[in-house]
Write a protein that binds this ligand. Structure first.
Ligand SMILES: *[C@@H]1O[C@H](CO)[C@@H](O)[C@H](O)[C@H]1NC(C)=O
Ligand SMILES: *[C@@H]1O[C@H](CO)[C@@H](O)[C@H](O)[C@H]1NC(C)=O
Length: 277
């Protein structure tokens, strides 16, 4: 049976059954199908944390990206509610190891897109303002947002990074190193058709207008990668094209994953940063 799967991992190692035998077809390390990322290659990647009383520590729930020295972009479904208390969150930045000993950063403001209702309806993005701006270094830097004139294609070199599960029910193990995988962008029509085989929506598109698809069988995001960046290299610069949002079954089926299309939201993002800068 298929099930829709949000790509967050709100109960990391908690009540999830972990006894399922590994799928022999999934002899893959990674995000799904990924490899360990070199230190400093993705200096905008961050981990979003909430306090887990169960382990008395700040637990990873989602990925995110630095898009400005003081702002993190993530998915709206990573945030519990629109009026979430900023002090309930922390950000880990500047280290490929998830528990790499760097001090966690405080968040002073949380902005969930006002039109967000459910990831399946789009607008799955949120901004977090850091209490203090970060100084750029070898391991910390913001990613470039797409300009309105650039067109991305299925030929572009695109990568996904995250600390999410390596397959359904298989969390990333110690030393919890950031994983990277190259994945192809998918044409909107092909993606709509692929999902149409599994989901039915009368007179409504399955993939919302402000989302895009990328990934393939055995390559893509899984739970815990939500909110993290999909990046494409354009003339030597990494541009963040997507924010991990949802999918079915973590690349076990020949279905791409669905991402918030960042380009469609750049004006809103810039407006928020100006207003709350
Ligand atoms: C982060 O916030 C907590 C709780 O409000 C505070 O105790 C701590 O000093 C802050 N950390 C930094 C680095 O400002
Ligand atoms: C992007 O695509 C649009 C519409 O297809 C086209 O008009 C425009 O010239 C393209 N821009 C670039 C930079 O290729």
């Amino acid at each position: 049976m298929l099930w829709l799967l949000f790509l967050t991992l709100p109960c990391l190692g908690g009540s999830m059954p972990m006894t399922t035998a590994p799928d022999p077809e999934n002899e893959l390390v990674g995000i799904v199908g990924g490899h360990s990322a070199p230190q400093g290659k993705w200096p905008w990647q961050v981990s979003l944390r909430i306090y887990a009383y169960r382990w008395a520590s700040w637990a990873h729930i989602c990925g995110g990206s630095l898009i400005h020295p003081q702002w993190v972009l993530t998915a709206a479904h990573c945030i519990s509610r629109k009026d979430a208390d900023p002090s309930a969150y922390r950000i880990h930045a500047g280290n490929v190891y998830l528990y790499g000993g760097k001090a966690l950063l405080n968040v002073s403001r949380v902005i969930v897109h006002p039109k967000y209702v459910s990831a399946f309806l789009g607008y799955d993005l949120a901004l977090l303002k850091l209490a203090t701006p970060l100084r750029a270094s070898k391991s910390i830097r913001s990613v470039t947002l797409p300009s309105q004139s650039v067109n991305f294609s299925t030929e572009d070199e695109c990568w996904l990074t995250g600390w999410g599960m390596e397959s359904v029910l298989e969390p990333l193990g110690p030393p919890y190193r950031l994983q990277q995988v190259q994945i192809p962008l998918e044409e909107d029509e092909d993606c709509e058709k692929a999902y149409g085989k599994y989901l039915h929506r009368d007179n409504r598109k399955i993939i919302p207008e402000d989302m895009l698809c990328a990934g393939s069988l055995g390559r893509g995001p899984c739970m815990g990668d939500s909110g993290g960046p999909l990046m494409c290299k354009m003339r030597g610069t990494w541009i963040q094209v997507g924010v991990v949002s949802w999918g079915i079954g973590c690349s076990r089926f020949d279905l791409p994953a669905v991402f918030t299309n960042v380009q469609k939201h750049v004006p809103w993002i810039q407006q928020q940063i100006r207003r709350h800068g």
